[in-house]
Ligand binder design. Structure first.
Ligand code: ZN
Ligand code: MN
Length: 480
């Protein structure tokens, strides 16, 4: 039988704040000595009182707005009770009944189409400690991470294939960064996934869901996510084909291969004995609070802006993802007085030649000496035929390293394009005379002519106008 996957995501996003969610301990734990950032509040000692972090709260509201959520007018914190060594208090302060945001969506762009992934809820909570499982079966616990502010985002089961999940994860990360909510670096555990996956017969009506849900926790990278999806889809379809019943359950990862193992039958919210956090009063969110939050240009808006400027989809995606490049490009666009040809060429050079130079010189765009103004000068020199394409690339590399004005480089090094037909004719004659075998090939092999043009370029050190050279060569050969 054929099956379709039904996929939903829960995402935990670490909020970028100086201190933890409910105390003044530093939230920095990456690369720190263990158990140095702890206090009676985040350690859950009797009598300690939590105080919500305003910065984290505001960022959660901002994120909810960026995800098009309805923002609660009143929200509160609840205790989620469960017993685990990485949870010093025996409960996690989270939000149950009144999350900050509900019913939002994220638009993802599929090939020639777009899709809305609906967000069920967004709430604020605190992170757990970090467990280190040793080979001798002992476990060490580092409480530095315990209490760090977390945003949890839950989607509806709207994903139908892996590609959609990946696009969503990328877009969510961009939204978190654009709005300064989180750096969302997965390698640092700042963005983590829980996957809900079940499968349904392909002919089950749209909108209808299977009667079970398998949850896989703590997925820290897109590649593992991809493997888990493949593994679970295969495992579940095989069980269903054998007419076995699948119950709702939580599964854990076995290494990084995507293989999952049964952990426990799924808890329902009842199992957590949620109750209102008695030490934190409910928080009102006023209209004026919302009005004071101004969202910057969002990734989707930026992409649309680039498409409207005439850029290719892939170019737009690169400039949206790598904001350093995007910001540089925006400065370039400002200098072009909206000339679409220049804008398109600028994008091509930035993503092509300049990116290649960054790689070659092992540096970043921001550390190179090329400015948007310099690229514009090079393109203008190229358009006015003062320099050839190959010289332009040559000049680009010189500017990249020295930061000199392209006009001066061309003047100082005598690189102006050779447009004089008489001078090119002399050189073309020489090339034809020296390559008689290739000349015989020109009629049937177009590459032969290109080779001859290349020879003219070589003899003129790249300065000849290649179009003129080609015309002249063709003329000489036709006469022969
Ligand atoms: Zn603390
Ligand atoms: Mn959570």
């Amino acid at each position: 039988m054929k099956y379709l996957p039904v996929i939903g995501l829960e995402i935990h996003l670490q909020v970028k704040t100086l201190s933890k969610m409910f105390c003044r301990c530093s939230s920095e734990y990456f690369g720190k000595n263990p158990n140095i950032n702890i206090c009676p509040v985040c350690f859950g000692l009797p009598g300690a009182l939590p105080v919500p972090n305003k910065e984290a709260f505001n960022k959660a509201v901002k994120m909810a707005m960026a995800l098009n959520c309805t923002i609660a007018r009143q929200t509160k914190f609840d205790r989620k009770n469960y017993f685990y060594p990485d949870l010093p208090k025996g409960y996690q302060i989270s939000q149950f009944e009144q999350p900050i945001g509900t019913n939002g969506y994220v638009e993802i762009e599929l090939k020639g189409d777009s899709k809305r992934v609906r967000i069920q809820r967004l709430h604020l909570e605190e992170d757990t400690a970090k467990s280190l499982h040793l080979e001798n079966n002992e476990t060490l616990i580092d409480y530095n991470k315990s209490g760090v502010a977390l945003i949890e985002i839950v989607t509806f089961p709207d994903f139908e294939e892996l590609n959609e999940v990946i696009l969503f994860a990328k877009r969510l990360k961009q939204i978190a960064r654009y709005n300064s909510i989180s750096d969302a670096e997965m390698q640092k555990g700042q963005m983590r996934f829980e996957l809900n996956i079940s499968v349904k017969p392909f002919d089950m009506p749209k909108g209808e869901l299977p009667n079970y849900k398998v949850e896989v926790k703590n997925i820290g990278s897109i590649s593992v996510l991809e493997k888990v999806l493949a593994f679970e889809f295969k495992r579940q379809t095989e069980l269903l084909d054998k007419n076995e019943k699948i119950t709702s359950q939580t599964r854990g990862l076995k290494g990084m291969t995507g293989e999952t193992v049964f952990q426990r039958s799924k808890e329902t919210s009842d199992d957590y004995r949620y109750f209102p956090e008695p030490d934190i009063p409910p928080i009102k969110i006023l209209e004026s609070d919302l009005n004071s939050i101004i969202l910057p240009e969002q990734p989707a808006e930026r992409k649309l802006r680039y498409i409207n400027l005439g850029l290719e989809l892939e170019q737009s995606d690169i400039l949206v993802e790598y904001t350093e490049k995007g910001d540089w490009f925006d400065q370039f666009v400002k200098l072009t007085s909206a000339d679409k040809t220049l804008i398109k060429e600028g994008a091509k050079w930035l993503i092509g030649d300049i990116a290649a130079l960054c790689e070659k010189k092992e540096t970043e765009l921001g550390k190179s000496l090329i400015s948007p103004q310099a690229l514009l000068s090079i393109l203008e020199l190229l358009h006015s035929k003062k320099i050839s394409g190959s010289i332009a690339k040559n000049v680009l590399e010189k500017v990249f390293v020295t930061g000199k004005d392209p006009v001066n480089i061309i003047k100082d090094e005598g690189l102006t394009q050779l447009n004089s037909e008489d001078e090119i004719l002399e050189i073309a004659k020489k090339v034809v005379a020296e390559n008689s075998k290739v000349v015989l090939d020109v009629a049937k092999n177009p590459n032969a002519l290109k080779f001859l043009v290349g020879q003219v370029m070589k003899l003129t050190k790249g300065k000849a106008n290649p179009n003129i050279a080609m015309e002249i060569l063709q003329r000489i050969i036709n006469k022969q």
